[in-house]
Write a protein that binds this ligand. Structure first.
Ligand code: GLY
Ligand code: MN
Ligand code: MN
Length: 356
């Protein structure tokens, strides 16, 4: 079933007679449009894609399942949208309460005079969580690029190289493969590796540093997200122990993943495995992955989701010790009919670099 048919089914179930889709990720998922300005109005039997003149040609190529209507200055975009909706016979229009700001709502209320605007509950989350074969293939390719980039960067990991240079080289490599960079690359070393989302700095790698790399690629708008942690020069017992315990927690979580298991249970298993180190694991175990890096779904203590075939999750336990450093290990995982397939293939044995 096409995304548009799937959405119409949800609209029927939720008794939403017409829907304004404005969240850019939802618009992209629904239509294939990859630009920044797109709105869709969907009714049970008609739909229109609205964009502006910057994207007229692109939308004509990318949007296949519905007519494209485009406006130019001096036409007001919301006024144009209202005209298009009225042309479809819309009298009651649901909107996405989490992306329509109050200021925008006030303007829409003015432009859509005569149309009842009502906040609609999120109809996309459950649809977007289960990926199609095409989407899985793109994430798989994005994981392949990330794996190749990881292989490539290892030769640069040596004392004296800065975090910033490692980040630049990783991102250059990813772009050179024709892929996009999934998010701001994290390269943090030594004490700085205790910052789960630290920014790469001019700090130079030193012998005895943990170095955490967290990066990803995009292919056709679909993301990968991988983390590997290495030690520079010489690993101490403490390095090995912390690394081993994070890896053990990750493997325990991966081992428990299959359809029907609650997402929060997977998070619990990782925390339990970490034992006395669990207080140093502050973030959730993982998140859905797809058209955005933090896609729908969380592996966390408060998650309400249940694992199902076609979902893609990151699994990324970490331990962060202020004043010493941190370890995170992150893989991207597809839920299959009876278990998982790990899409990020890079080895996870502790790497001490440069290799002797
Ligand atoms: N790089 C962000 C994350 O792993 O969630
Ligand atoms: Mn990551
Ligand atoms: Mn992640």
């Amino acid at each position: 079933m096409s995304p548009l048919s799937q959405l119409r089914e949800k609209m029927r179930e939720a008794e939403v007679p017409a829907l304004l889709v404005s969240d850019p990720t939802n618009v992209g998922w629904l239509t294939g449009f990859s630009g920044s300005y797109g709105r869709v109005v969907v009714t049970p039997d008609r739909a229109v894609f609205v964009t502006d003149s910057r994207y007229t040609i692109q939308a004509g190529e990318e949007v296949r399942e519905m007519p494209v209507a485009s406006f130019s200055n001096p036409k007001d975009g919301d006024e144009f949208l209202a005209e298009q909706a009225k042309e479809l016979g819309v009298t009651t229009l649901g909107f996405d309460a989490s992306t329509v700001t109050y200021a925008w709502f006030e303007k829409l209320r003015d432009k859509f005079a005569g149309v009842e605007l009502t906040p609609a509950k999120d109809l996309f989350a459950s649809l977007r969580m289960v990926k199609s074969e095409g989407e899985i293939d793109k994430v798989r390719q994005a994981c392949g690029v990330a794996g190749a980039a990881w292989e490539h960067i290892q030769r640069m990991v040596q004392p004296g190289v800065t975090e910033y240079d490692l980040m630049l080289d990783l991102e250059f490599y990813i772009r050179r493969q024709g892929a996009g960079v999934a998010f701001d690359t994290i390269v943090v070393s030594g004490e700085r590796s205790a910052r789960p989302h630290g920014k790469p700095s001019e700090k130079k790698l030193e012998v005895g540093d943990f170095v955490t790399f967290d990066f990803g690629a995009t292919i056709d708008g679909y993301h990968s997200d991988i983390t590997r942690t290495v030690v520079v020069g010489e690993a101490s017992e403490r390095h090995r122990e912390i690394y081993r315990r994070v890896l053990t927690a990750q493997l325990a979580a991966l081992d428990a993943m299959k359809p029907g298991v609650e997402a929060r249970e997977i998070d619990r298993i990782a925390r339990e495995s970490l034992g006395d180190l669990a207080p140093h694991f502050g973030h959730g175990l993982g998140h859905g992955l797809g058209k955005v890096v933090h896609d729908v779904g969380r592996l966390s203590p408060t998650s309400e989701e249940v694992l199902a075939p076609g979902q893609i999750w990151t699994v990324e336990p970490g331990v962060y010790l202020e004043g010493f450093g941190g370890v995170r290990i992150e893989d991207d995982v597809l839920i299959t009919t009876d278990g998982i397939e790990i899409l990020t293939k890079s080895p996870k044995d502790l790497l001490v670099l440069p290799r002797k």
